[in-house]
Design a protein around this ligand. Structure first.
Ligand SMILES: [Zn+2]
Length: 205
C-alpha cells in the first residue's frame, strides 16, 4: 500500500502537544507503547520534509486509547488536538493569513468559511492528507478524504478526536473565545468513505 506523510514540522507539533498534555513521562510511555521509542527526547525537526508517516500518527492515537481506555483516550486525544493549534499557529499562521488584520476584521460567518478553506489548502498542499470543505448553510462539513489520524485502523466509533480537538480550538481562536458544536459523524476507520466532521456555524456560547 502507498505510504502517505505529514511534514516533519507537523509531526513535531503533535509530539510537542502530546508532551504538553501528558507530561514528559506520559509521552515517553506512549512512545514506547507505540513502538516509536526512537522519538523519545528526539522530536522531528521543524522542516517541511514529508517523512512523518500517517501510520505513525494513527499509532500514536491508538496508543492513547490503549493507555487510557476508550473514554480517557478520547478525552486525551481531544486535548492534544486543541494543544496542537497554538503550535500550529506559530508555524503556519502567517501562511494561513489568519493573523492578518484584514482577516480579523471579517464578520464571523465569513471568517469561519475563509479560515476553513485556508486550513484545508494548507493540508492539501503541504501534506498527503486530503480535505474538502462543504458549506451547507448553517453547517460546515470538514471531509477528510485521506486521513492520517485513523490510518489503517478499524473502530466501531469515529476515532479522529485529534482532528476534532484541533478544529474546536481553531474555531475558539477565530471567533475570539466562542464555543461551537463540532462532531465527527463518519469515519474511514468505521468503513465510511471519509472522516467527516460537522461544525455548527452558530456558536453555543
Ligand atoms: Zn480519520
Amino acid at each position: 500500500m502507498t505510504e502517505y506523510f505529514y511534514p516533519q514540522s507537523m509531526g513535531r507539533i503533535i509530539l510537542l502537544a502530546m508532551e504538553e498534555v501528558l507530561g514528559r513521562e506520559g509521552i515517553r510511555s506512549i512512545l514506547r507503547l507505540a513502538s516509536l521509542a526512537s522519538y523519545i527526547d528526539q522530536y522531528p525537526a521543524a522542516h517541511a520534509d514529508k517523512t512523518f508517516s500517517f501510520g505513525t500518527v494513527s499509532r500514536l492515537m491508538e496508543s492513547l486509547e490503549q493507555a487510557y481506555g476508550p473514554q480517557g483516550g478520547r478525552g486525551t486525544a481531544l486535548r492534544v488536538g486543541r494543544a496542537c493549534f497554538q503550535y500550529g499557529l506559530r508555524e503556519y499562521g502567517l501562511q494561513l493569513g489568519v493573523t492578518e488584520m484584514a482577516y480579523r476584521l471579517l464578520p464571523l460567518p465569513t471568517k469561519l468559511r475563509v479560515g476553513a478553506h485556508a486550513f484545508a489548502d494548507l493540508f492539501n498542499k503541504q501534506t498527503d492528507q486530503r480535505v474538502r470543505v462543504e458549506d451547507k448553510g448553517d453547517r460546515l462539513y470538514w471531509h477528510i478524504e485521506r486521513c492520517p489520524v485513523c490510518w489503517e485502523r478499524h473502530t466501531s466509533d469515529p476515532a479522529c478526536h485529534l482532528a476534532v480537538g484541533l478544529l474546536q480550538e481553531s474555531l475558539y481562536w477565530i471567533s475570539g473565545g466562542k464555543l461551537f458544536n463540532v462532531e465527527e459523524v463518519t469515519c474511514i476507520a468505521c468503513g465510511d468513505a471519509a472522516c467527516s466532521v460537522v461544525i455548527d456555524q452558530k456558536p453555543i456560547s
